[in-house]
Design a protein around this ligand. Structure first.
Ligand code: NDP
Ligand code: 2IT
Length: 450
């Protein structure tokens, strides 16, 4: 249960979401977190209530569930389940990543798709919200198995997507390799070289510079803005970053560029603590090139510690950037972070903090940047990739990174100003939820009852 009460006007909407979507606890959590901010918006905008905008936003426009059969290296038939939830297209084609992880079920994809609506709106780019994925577990699978799975997944997905309809990208378990195999299969089935149908592509076939780095860089830019608003900077700050995947790696890289020192990262098995600062080149080699586990880090650095099943949030830091998965910081972890002197939390992951944890951060008045604002740089750069594809162009690294930085600065200002306007200064949760919601709501009003 979330610790905060819902406004009278939105409580019945939430109850109806619970009734219609039984058992989808992550989806309930994501909806509730947004609804907690929206009561005052309905007072200012009675037209949203009249037209049932919130009720409509909570119901996906389309949900697709399909069988994904494939053959493993032993010749055995394997069956997985594929999902694509096309949540909201008020602002543009559905846009959002694909997650391949054994924990995936409809409730996870719906929570991610719901978050994506508001995140994409905050970027200011013309993109709607969607998400997809599969309960396929890529761990330990050969390259051939990954390819066969991706091809089978796309053999169904292709009929639902398109550059003007729905544009998937990566998320947990889906990176450049998987996007490449899916793009190849899409091209083969449709007989179209439609670069804009997927983002996160390789640089030699329509990908954008900076997309790989974008989520981590963007989240760090966002935290930098929050620190600046408090008269602070990254300079000399001790930072911890959970995960050691795409988002974590480029968060660590940008924190270092901005003068911070990252001392810890993790994976689902354990935590690396390296007091003198993490060796990023080694992490990239282990994770991006050799696809190994993070515990191998200590084979190369005898002064680093590996804590099996450890809790990264017990390591004292001034800035924490959760970049692994949902609900990885609970109320107790949040209290530990605050007690140990943490002054800023920037969410690279989607919904990494439980409602109890969020409450602790807000009450402590530390700078807390929720995922839908802080990690929007990934999808924003996907939209920049779509722009380059549409005009058959490719931009330089510096130009694209500058655009990303401007987008993150704008998202920060928008959230900051809206929080002020609604009487909650410094509360980026309120700023992000209301800021993201209003643009979508206005577009839905303009489009009539659809
Ligand atoms: P990756 O697959 O590259 O890395 C995921 C990392 O998180 C790995 O270190 C993984 O460890 C860890 N992790 C994943 N699931 C769990 C779990 N259930 N418990 C503990 N650790 C876990 O994914 P990304 O870096 O792309 O994504 C990380 C987060 O960022 C996700 O929440 C994603 O939704 C979010 N995000 C990603 C964006 C992108 O552009 N890629 C954009 C915006 C948000 P292990 O290897 O042990 O599983
Ligand atoms: O959660 C996210 O924003 C992503 N996984 C990236 C989505 C995208 O379309 O680039």
């Amino acid at each position: 249960m979330s610790p905060q009460l819902l406004d009278d006007k939105v409580e019945p909407i939430y109850q109806e979401v619970l009734r219609r979507n039984p058992g989808e606890v992550e989806f309930h959590q994501a909806v509730r977190e947004v609804l907690e901010s929206l009561g005052p918006v309905l007072v200012k905008h009675p037209e949203y209530k009249e037209r049932k905008i919130i009720e409509r936003i909570c119901e996906p426009e389309r949900q697709i569930i399909f069988r994904v059969p494939w053959q493993d290296d032993k010749g055995q038939v394997q069956i997985n389940r594929g999902f694509r939830v096309e949540f909201n297209s008020a602002l543009g084609p559905y846009k959002g990543g694909l997650r391949f992880h054994p924990s995936v079920y409809l409730g996870i994809i719906k929570f991610l798709g719901f978050e994506q609506i508001f995140k994409n709106s905050l970027t200011g780019m013309p993109i709607g919200g969607g998400k997809g994925g599969s309960d396929f577990d890529p761990k330990g699978r050969s390259d051939d198995e990954i390819m066969r799975f991706c091809q089978s997944f796309m053999t169904e997905l292709y009929r639902h997507i398109g550059e003007h309809t729905d544009v998937p990208a990566g998320d947990i378990g889906v990176g450049g390799r998987e996007i490449g195999y899916m793009f190849g299969q899409y091209k083969r089935i449709t007989n179209r070289y439609e670069a804009g149908v997927l983002t996160g592509k390789g640089l030699h076939y329509g990908g954008s510079l900076v997309r790989t780095e974008a989520t981590g860089y963007g989240a760090t830019f966002f935290v930098h803005e929050m620190l600046k608003a408090k008269g602070q900077s990254f300079d000399g700050k001790i930072c911890t970053v959970s995960g050691s995947g795409n988002v974590a790696i480029y968060t660590i890289e940008k924190i270092r560029e901005l003068g911070g020192k990252c001392v810890a990262c993790s994976d689902s098995n354990g935590v690396i603590y390296h007091e003198k600062g993490l060796d990023l080149d080694l992490i990239k080699q282990l994770k991006e090139v050799e696809r190994r586990r993070i515990k191998d880090y200590v084979d190369y650095h005898k002064d680093a510690k590996y804590i099996n099943n450890g809790n990264i949030w017990e390591i004292p830091c001034q800035v924490a950037m959760p970049s692994a998965t949902q609900n990885e910081i609970n109320g107790k972890d949040a209290q530990t972070l605050v007690k140990n002197g943490c002054i800023a939390v920037g969410e690279g992951a989607n919904m990494p903090t439980t409602p109890e944890g969020v409450k602790v951060f807000l009450e402590a008045k530390i700078a807390y940047g929720p995922g839908k604002a802080a990690n929007a740089g990934g999808v924003a750069t996907s939209a920049l990739e779509m722009q380059q594809n549409a005009c058959r162009d490719s931009w330089t690294f510096d130009y694209t990174e500058k655009k990303l930085e401007e987008i993150m600065i704008n998202i920060h200002s928008l959230c900051y100003e809206i929080a002020d306007e609604y009487g909650c200064p410094g509360n980026y949760v309120v700023g992000a939820n209301i800021g993201g919601f209003i643009k979508v709501a206005n577009a839905m009003v303009a489009h009539g009852l659809i």
